[in-house]
Design a protein around this ligand. Sequence first.
Ligand code: GLA
Length: 395
Amino acid sequence: MTFRNWWKSALLTMLAVCLVPIWATQVFSQTLAATPPMGWNSWNHFHRTIDDKIVRTQADAMVSSGMRDAGYIYVNIDDTWEGERDAQGNIQTNSKFPDMKALADYVHSKGLKLGIYSSPGAKTCAGYEGSLGHEEQDATTYAAWGIDYLKYDLCGLRTQLKAAPTPEAAHKMMVDAYIKMRDALRKTGRPIVYSLCQYGNDAVWRWGTDVGGNLWHTTGDITDKYDRMAEIGFSQAGLARFAGPGHWNDPDMLEVGNGGMNPEEYRQHMSLWAILAAPLLAGNDLTTMSPETVALLTNREVIAIDRDSLGKQGDRVTAEGPLEIWAKPLSDGSKAVGVFNRHTTALSIPVDFKQLGFKGSVQVRDIWQARDLGTMKDSYTVTVPPHGVVLLRVK
Ligand code: GLA
């Protein structure tokens, strides 16, 4: 090699060594959860009964129901998969999950991704083994198994936080615990979506991105009851500016199809989560879904609102007693407008286009009815069923 060529190749190598990591970090941060994660989580329906067989049948159903093709990709195992640690401190699965690597291979073979759950504490919420003191080891194990998503649930660490001398010390302890797992996950080199679960404490939306969160629970747990769903969903007002590509507010998993709400209430649930650009993690049994549940979960236009490439969360525009109007800006200049009725009888309300930021005439489409309503001016009065929604796309 001539001296000139040697210099050329040395320079190229140096450039590659410097630039590739920067490029890789950018690609990672841009592509991981660029839109709100979609998939399924075991907790809402199966709680502690989740096992390998159920995960496989849910993955199968995710494909056969059309959910995968609608965008639902993550199959997330929640709490109660954990076994004891071996002599070297490596986390083992319990007898419900005989071979996590084989399960991940199965899920991947379906074009899906596998998620898992742990806690920064010594124990998880359900009293299983947590990751405290084993963060790097656990992250390495997850990566070796082929895990693509981690929900990291504060739970067990709360005892330590309570013993902290000041609230500031407790906050720092919690933040450090989340950073520790973030670093451990990054060190594996595997892109693993990082979901923070600490029930919205200490305004997590303000620091969730800094600790590497791709999403964070903003509230306590949802239940399959209208009042709880509405309490959580409508409490998200004001949080929009904290969400964006790679980092999302998460008002908890969906209850659609679990049986505790009527179809109108589930429609409201789904519409509100879409306006919130919320992660869409189904929480029902996918093997026994009614056609109505499949239709609610897989409506392409509703999903397109949730995952719109602008990546802007929607917010409340007005509230008049139990009637609330929320809007979400979309990449084509239109807005998704949700007119929500939290009351137990049908109510009518005018939707004022000027108030929504539009001038002159607008094109209006009713999303759930899949019907263009034509050109309108000034306002449009909608009648919303009890606990229901009218979801519009206005341009
Ligand atoms: C907490 C979480 C739930 C679920 C359970 C599991 O309550 O908030 O989402 O993960 O723990 O034990």
